[in-house]
Design a protein around this ligand. Structure first.
Ligand code: DX5
Ligand code: ZN
Length: 234
């Protein structure tokens, strides 16, 4: 199982859509370049917001063509891992801060057939992942404090991504670096340059009047950065 089908992905975050019609909202971001939907699961304890459960994941799986990137922001993530994989998570991301035995849970996710991601809050050091980096399919760097769409990007996230990208290269690690929170046309190119390859986008897509145009704008910003890097290498 490989994450790197495309070299990079934009993952629309359905949390930023209208909660009363999520399947319809998912269809509104259906352009060929989009492979995954990002689904934020919040329990009102781990973060100050309450959102979607396994039935919503099941419904999105059944009624859309997207793979699902499920981001758990809940207290009892360990207990809920099998439930969300059964519901249809293709990538399951848990928070480093939210589980006691991270190594065990990463391997449980993989054994149950999903790709394993771990997320870090803005205040959490990369060092906390040092000994599990080779086990991971994905590291999700939170660029806002988790809980809501539409918050401002926290600048220190950029350096965190750069450092992780250096570690990844040094160790030859396979993991993909995903960024979530405050990502938009103004910073997506810089985050690509820093080393991120999966870009979660909530408000930058769903709060826009033309969502498909908004996605194309984000893709264009990444492609401009790739072209710039290419021209630097000549
Ligand atoms: C925040 C969530 C995000 C959120 C991103 O806790 O994890 O996925 O929807 O929204 P934007 O892109 O608007 O910051
Ligand atoms: Zn998220």
């Amino acid at each position: 199982m490989s994450l790197n089908k495309g070299e990079y992905q934009i993952l629309p975050s359905i949390l930023a859509g209208d909660a009363g019609k999520l399947v319809e909202e998912a269809h509104s971001v259906d352009i060929t370049e989009i492979e995954y939907l990002h689904v934020d699961v919040m329990d009102g304890h781990y973060v100050p917001n309450l959102t979607m459960g396994p039935d919503v994941v099941k419904s999105l799986k059944k009624n859309t063509r997207f793979k699902l990137d499920v981001h758990l922001m809940i207290d009892n993530a360990s207990e809920m891992i099998p439930v969300f994989i059964d519901a249809g998570a293709d990538i399951l991301t848990i928070h480093q801060e939210g589980v006691l035995h991270l190594h065990r849970e990463i391997h449980r996710i993989k054994q149950l057939g999903a790709l394993a991601g771990v997320s870090l809050n803005p205040a959490t050091s990369l060092e906390t992942l040092r000994w599990v980096l080779p086990d991971l399919d994905l590291v999700l760097i939170m660029c806002v404090n988790p809980g809501f769409s539409g918050q401002d990007f926290i600048e220190s996230s950029m350096d965190k991504v750069k450092q992780l990208a250096q570690w990844k290269q040094r160790d030859g690690a396979k993991l993909v670096i995903e960024v979530d929170g405050g990502i938009g046309p103004a910073n997506i190119g810089k985050m690509y340059e820093a080393g991120a390859r999966y870009f979660v986008a909530g408000s930058a897509v769903f709060y826009q009047s033309d969502r498909k145009a908004a996605l194309h704008k984000l893709l264009h910003a990444i492609n401009s950065e790739r072209t710039r890097q290419g021209s630097l290498q000549v």
